[in-house]
Design a binder for this molecule. Structure first.
Ligand SMILES: [Zn+2]
Ligand SMILES: [Zn+2]
Length: 218
């Protein structure tokens, strides 16, 4: 399956299930675009328009932006707004810019675009809690994991954050690690001893914090 097609399928399932991150179920749904980061505000204190979108990125307030979103395939044809501004398809949209990472924060991307990472354990940092984050740009809850982790990384030097961009369910990294995982985000936590502590499916920041605390005590 092509990337474009699988992203379209994800869009179709979000529409059906109201969940932005579920695994696609059936093909041949109406076409939807992908969620790009074009709608994200440039500042944390950005003002929002009547459409509950940042003033600066709203295509209904700034029609000249439409082409830019369409070029990025970030467009919901059904509702004539960018996919990343369509509350009807994605009730849990997020426009918050991520916190600025402090210098020395331990973040690395292990998979930029779905490349395989055979062994997570080989990337666990001894002496730190390592958080492996499987995410995709089309997953709004994944941005919430990022926001949470960025805040945490800025306050702690004993946590390593390793990000894996799965892109779609069909990439090598997704096929290896996401079998049986129904939706994103999916996070795997390793302890300071370099051994796996927990796997957290879906957005559950409480479970993530608990796993990080446990990983730190090993
Ligand atoms: Zn607007
Ligand atoms: Zn829509």
């Amino acid at each position: 399956m092509t990337l474009a097609k699988s992203l379209v399928l994800c869009g179709a399932v979000w529409l059906a299930a109201g969940c932005a991150s579920s695994r696609p179920a059936a093909p041949s749904e109406p076409a939807h675009g992908q969620l790009s980061s074009l709608s994200v505000a440039s500042r944390p204190d950005a003002e929002f328009c009547e459409h509950r979108v940042p003033n600066e990125t709203c295509t209904r307030c700034n029609p000249h932006l439409v082409e830019k979103f369409k070029a990025a395939r970030d467009w919901c044809g059904e509702h004539a707004v960018p996919e990343s501004q369509c509350y009807e398809c994605h009730p849990d949209l997020s426009f918050e810019p991520l916190p600025v990472l402090a210098e020395g924060a331990d973040l690395k991307k292990l998979s930029e675009a779905g490349e395989d990472v055979p062994d997570l354990g080989a990337h666990a940092v001894r002496g730190k809690v390592t958080v492996f984050d499987f995410y995709a740009d089309w997953c709004p809850p994944c941005r919430k994991v990022d926001a949470h982790m960025f805040g945490l990384l800025n306050g702690r030097s004993d946590v390593a954050y390793r990000k894996l961009n799965v892109v779609s369910w069909d990439t090598p990294v997704a096929k290896r690690h996401l079998g049986g995982v129904p939706n994103l985000p999916f996070v795997v936590v390793y302890g300071r001893d370099g051994r796996e502590v927990a796997r957290v499916q879906g957005l559950d920041l409480g479970a993530l914090d608990k796993a990080i605390a446990e990983g730190g005590s090993r």
